[in-house]
Design a protein around this ligand. Structure first.
Ligand code: ATR
Length: 263
């Protein structure tokens, strides 16, 4: 058996097992499996070392382990090192390789070129780091807003971008929400520096929060005829890049999308 897993805490809500098992089935990889494993922070390192020494091929790593995943790795991809977080581990002959597929996944969803565009990223956690890195690396001018300003300042010092406290919503080509706002049904327009009426048709609005129905943020953006990318699309895109690292095969995107959405 070739085993894969997502490691998180909590992790029971994750759609990765449904999505990745659908992909493995579609590829005819019948001796592969993917499961969710809840690992407490103080058990993470031991668990990963045990997996690398056993019959595991790799793992996705999610909150709160993305920083610890870097620390436990024997080798880091350049992207993971620069972002400062890893979401994918690959075990080869007992060695632990760490990657960040959030960045590459997001890039597959963005317009062909973001060079010269103006972007606003909301948030300054691990997800924000991958988004800012991707946009800065591809030539966008990136402003970063965060509720706790110290974190956005630190992020911009590490990765580029400009911390802002009162962003002008209409001035951006791309707006990405990487905060947790919306996860529990919060009103994004009271927590974030945006207004429902402030979106424009020329804008691309990305919300990393994933749910079956459009989030309040994306509903408002659609109402104003902005382009949108939702959290499930981002989940599928990063999962596809991870799957390719583990199996070497072209990911069956349609099967992955369907499984992620019908959970
Ligand atoms: P992740 O790795 O998923 O990005 P994180 O590091 O916990 O997770 O970051 C969560 C982000 O959501 C942070 O930017 C956080 O803002 P703070 O740095 O001020 O904590 C943001 N966030 C969470 N709840 C929020 C709220 N009610 N209003 C605004 N921002 C919020």
């Amino acid at each position: 058996m070739k085993r894969l897993a997502v490691l998180g805490h909590p992790v029971s809500h994750s759609r990765s097992p449904a999505m990745q098992n659908a992909a493995l089935a579609e590829l005819g990889l019948d001796d592969w499996s993917y499961e969710a494993i809840d690992v407490a922070p103080d058990e993470f390192e031991v668990k990963v070392r045990e997996m690398a020494a056993g019959d595991w091929v790799g793992a996705n790593v999610t909150v709160p382990h993305k920083g610890a995943a870097l620390a436990v790795a024997d080798e880091l991809s350049e992207v993971a090192r620069e972002i400062g977080a890893a979401n994918t581990l690959h075990f080869e002959e007992g060695r632990i390789h760490a990657y960040n597929t959030d960045a590459k996944g997001l890039l597959t969803l963005l317009p062909e070129s973001v060079e010269g565009s103006r972007a606003l990223v909301l948030g300054a956690g691990g997800a924000a780091r991958a988004v800012v890195w991707t946009l800065v690396r591809n030539g966008a001018a990136v402003d970063v807003w965060n509720r706790t300003e110290l974190r956005s300042r630190n992020l911009c010092e590490d990765l580029g971008g400009t911390p802002v406290s009162e962003p002008e919503q209409a001035g951006y080509d791309l707006i990405a929400n990487t905060t947790a706002v919306g996860l529990r049904g919060e009103d994004p327009f009271s927590e974030l520096p945006l207004s429902a009426e402030g979106f424009r048709p020329e804008q691309l609005v990305v919300d990393l929060v994933y749910s079956d129905r459009p989030t309040a943020l994306l509903s408002a953006a659609k109402e104003r005829r902005s382009e949108t990318i939702d959290g499930l699309a981002v989940l599928v895109a990063q999962g596809a890049v991870s799957l390719k690292i583990w199996t070497g095969q072209e990911p069956p995107l349609e099967a992955m999308r369907k499984a992620a959405r019908s959970n």
